[in-house]
Ligand binder design. Structure first.
Ligand code: SF4
Length: 357
């Protein structure tokens, strides 16, 4: 299927002054992916890995001290393609934000105007984005609310009178007003209880099944499992694993050691935290950024940056043990413990020979 959003080698650098000297922060580096209509790509990783910076870059909302490289081509039916990274603010404001890219924000309560009712905010957004005349707004507002399952009898409430889930639906309704083909949801489940998380992701999945492309940015892997078709794992500004959701969350599971640790940190799995801290983005090593935390690291990891090949950026990706009778992975059987190994792997005899020395 033709990509709706085609991102190539997207990089973001911030120039910051700290301790009387200038630093260059590599927030996002060489990110490449495609996203098709009717598909959800979940971009996951720990806080500070660069996923929200990437979202801001796509929306043209980076601060003035940021510089971008690469391309992010948005191609929608009936409109010229637009490179979101090189487009000017006027193009983004008048032709992209809200119209071709709908933003479902991290904090819906903060995104909504506190002194106006949801009806008023929906009416203004519909008028602005679609040009509908005032006479039609009476019917258009409940219809817009209905698309996000926001109850019509709550339209005259202010944001502070809504539960977290209803505020999320109100923000989603605003994002859907112009039927933007690309939806960008930035941590939409943060701060919600589990019941509301499930309702929110069910709603997002409904939008995907209706044909929208959804870029879901989240550190909530449990939510991503409920909605995503593919998963991109970010670490220290780079995508280290890009694969389909079924094999990531099921069998054979992630191949990158960081992705495996991330998944196994879930309370529903091994509930084992990843030891150590991510590196400072203004002092990244020349080799693999995960090496100081990786039990599978070898000397080559410290010196050579692993390229993203076959969906994994790792010199020693995890390899499932195959059932020779069926030629399929044996569930739970891998060359590295699913709960994270603590010592050298026998499958990679050269592992741990240098970093431990
Ligand atoms: S095995 Fe090496 S390349 Fe792979 S994640 Fe570990 S340190 Fe990085």
């Amino acid at each position: 299927m033709t990509a709706l959003l085609s991102v190539r080698d997207l990089s973001v650098r911030f120039t910051v002054r700290r301790a009387r000297s200038w630093h260059r922060v590599a927030a996002v580096t060489d990110v490449t992916f495609d996203l098709a209509p009717g598909e959800c790509l979940a971009l996951v990783g720990e806080s500070g890995c660069g996923k929200s910076v990437l979202a801001s870059a796509l929306l043209g909302l980076l601060p003035a001290n940021a510089a971008t490289a690469g391309t992010a081509l948005l191609t929608t039916t009936g409109a010229d393609g637009v490179d979101l990274l090189s487009a000017g603010e006027r193009v983004l404001a008048e032709r992209v934000r809200g119209r071709r890219v709908g933003l479902i924000p991290q904090s819906p309560a903060g995104h909504l105007t506190p002194v106006r009712t949801i009806r008023s905010q929906l009416a203004e957004t519909i008028r602005e984005l679609t040009g509908r005349p005032r006479a039609e707004l009476g019917a258009a507002v409940p219809a817009a609310a209905e698309r996000a399952a926001f109850p019509a009898d709550h339209l005259d409430r202010h944001p502070h009178e809504l539960s977290g889930g209803l505020a999320q639906r109100a923000a989603t309704a605003l994002a859907l007003v112009a039927d933007a083909p690309l939806l960008l949801a930035d941590e939409p489940t943060t701060g919600l209880d589990r019941d509301l998380v499930e309702r929110t992701v069910t709603e997002l999945r409904r939008q995907v099944d209706d044909g929208h492309a959804l870029l879901l940015i989240t550190h909530d892997l449990a939510a991503a499992e409920l909605v995503a078709d593919r998963v991109a794992v970010m670490y220290a500004g780079r995508i280290v694993e890009l694969t389909d959701a079924a094999s990531f969350f099921g069998s054979p599971g992630p191949r990158h050691p960081y992705a495996r640790r991330l998944l196994n940190a879930l309370p529903t799995r091994a509930f084992t935290p990843i030891p150590g801290m991510p590196p400072e983005l203004d002092a990244l090593p020349s080799g693999c950024a995960f090496a100081p935390r990786c039990t599978a690291a070898t000397s080559v990891c410290a010196t050579d940056l692993p390229p993203l090949e076959n969906g994994t950026a790792c010199h020693h990706p995890h390899t499932p043990i195959l059932n020779l009778a069926t030629d399929s992975p044996i569930r739970g059987e891998h060359t590295e413990s699913a709960q994270g190994s603590t010592g050298p792997s026998s499958e990679h005899p050269e592992k741990n020979d240098a970093l431990s020395s």
